[in-house]
Design a protein around this ligand. Sequence first.
Ligand code: DGL
Length: 276
Amino acid sequence: MGQKKYIGVFDSGFGGLDILRGIIKTLPQYDYIYLGDTARTPYGTRSPEIVYKFTKEAVDFLFAKNCTLVLLACNTASSDALRKIQKKDIPRLYPDKKILGVLIPAAEEAVLRTKNKRVGVIATDGTVKSGAFVRELKKLDPQIRVFQKGCPLLVPLVEAGEQNTEAARLILQNYLRPLIAKNIDTLILGCTHYGILKRAVQNIVGSRVHVVSEAETVPQKLKAYLAKHDEREKQIGKNGKIHFYTTDLSPKFQRLGSRFFGKPIHAQKITLAARQ
Ligand code: DGL
């Protein structure tokens, strides 16, 4: 029997810890490695080429650390970089490994929920520009109409801990107004940081709009994936261990990381580099 493997969870910074928290609640038995590229966050304002380069380095690190499966918990990384890594790098470098993203689970949930086929998406500018949510939603149902809104102020707002202020409510209202005007009945929170805003968003859009949060949806989809892929599931260690790595170990990482994860975390600092 070979060495037991890990599930890797990657994000540009802290936000993925909210998704990891949801995953651990649903699947506490597995061993995980979390990597946050805090030295280079945010990704949402960067070009697709740079997001691909950084994400590929993170994926190389996680596979070298004995992950058999890597979840890109970052929406920006799941938008363009994921497809490129799946098509170009996995077959060449890691034919026996698997990489998943968070966009498809969120899109699947939205398609299940919408009745009027009008779906809103809020995300970083990078995710919106990639058109990845539109592509995935329309792949699932070509009749769906997608209305997107880039919300560049939300990540800094959440990171500053200002999400419960009146200013935050006004900013959110401003971002959501054009989507509400499009008569959406389902809204995807398409960014790791927005799960924390779910209640505030729900208050603004009203109860007739179903709000899809990845911290709730992704764990269920991962569970279903593992149930279907027995061979891979058997390789994963089941000691409930979690190792945290970050590219910048600042007091901010400890503080924000613990807030997103819901309990104190102890991370180890590493440096990412391109695989030769
Ligand atoms: N993790 C990113 C995402 O989900 C948000 C933060 C960033 O821009 O890096 O899109």
